[in-house]
Design a protein around this ligand. Sequence first.
Ligand SMILES: Nc1ncnc2c1ncn2[C@@H]1O[C@H](COP(=O)(O)OP(=O)(O)OP(=O)(O)O)[C@@H](O)[C@H]1O
Ligand SMILES: [Mg+2]
Ligand SMILES: [Mg+2]
Length: 292
Amino acid sequence: MRDRDWKILRIIEISMRHHEWVPVDEIIKKSKLDSNEVLYRLKVLNRHKFVNRSTYGYRLSHKGYDGLALNTFIKRDLIKAIGNKLGVGKEGDVFTVLLTSNREAVLKFHKLGRTCFTRGKRYRLYLADKRHISWLYASRLTAEREFQVLNDLYPVVKVPEPIDQNRHAIIMGKWDGVELKRVDLTKLDIDIKKLFWDIVEEIKKMYNIGYIHGDLSEFNILINEEGDFLIIDFAQAIEVREDKIVLDILPGEFKMDIEYYLKRDIGNLLRYFKKYGIRESVDEIYNYVVGK
Ligand SMILES: Nc1ncnc2c1ncn2[C@@H]1O[C@H](COP(=O)(O)OP(=O)(O)OP(=O)(O)O)[C@@H](O)[C@H]1O
Ligand SMILES: [Mg+2]
Ligand SMILES: [Mg+2]
């Protein structure tokens, strides 16, 4: 990829604010390059699937958008190599990367367009006022959101260290551990009851800072051999304060939101820990977390 290819991709990216398909004439005009050269480069970009083509023009593909974000991190002199994919089979694209400081980190691309808008009304809370929502825009918002949440929570709560964000991508500290889902806790030399309450304590700290995870489960908690853990995946976190504002201006049914999502998180956790003999009730833990 040459500088001019990136330039053409950026022109298409910007023009997609107004077009679903960006007309070739517009790309040529904005590029200030020779039209034959632009046509040739578009053909190559299309062959490598960085753009898609239709009779109306061109649009950026997911791969093209990934490339733009990746290129930005490289230009910022932050990362120098991209490694294997983590969490195979999941909806998100998560990779190990090597930072220029030689430290390993995690790169997560948000793919809201592909996984669609089924995450419910909390997305609509902050997407509601934007009329034209492209996947480009929506996935960038989600990444900005997750990055913001990590910044607010780290290092008080056991979450990945936020390192950088661009477009729909975030870079965060890599943590050596596996999803709770994939371990048999009885095989580890740990106090399972203490682990459970330690996780509850993190949920409480999170709540006090102003967030509910919103998708807490054995898939989004990593654990290592020593029984230390990390809570990940804050793309759908709910801001407690944001909801409280909503509570004031909207009728009764919205009042359930905080309670509903927090109880759902707690319920997921309890369901997982049930097989290890933890028999607390959702209401009790809920009251403890919100400090009643
Ligand atoms: N900071 C991290 N350190 C180490 N591994 C991580 C980190 N963040 C994510 N992973 C790995 O990548 C996987 C996917 O990350 P994450 O849960 O954030 O993405 P996702 O796309 O929302 O996945 P899901 O489909 O499970 O919701 C995790 O299950 C974990 O294995
Ligand atoms: Mg996840
Ligand atoms: Mg997720």
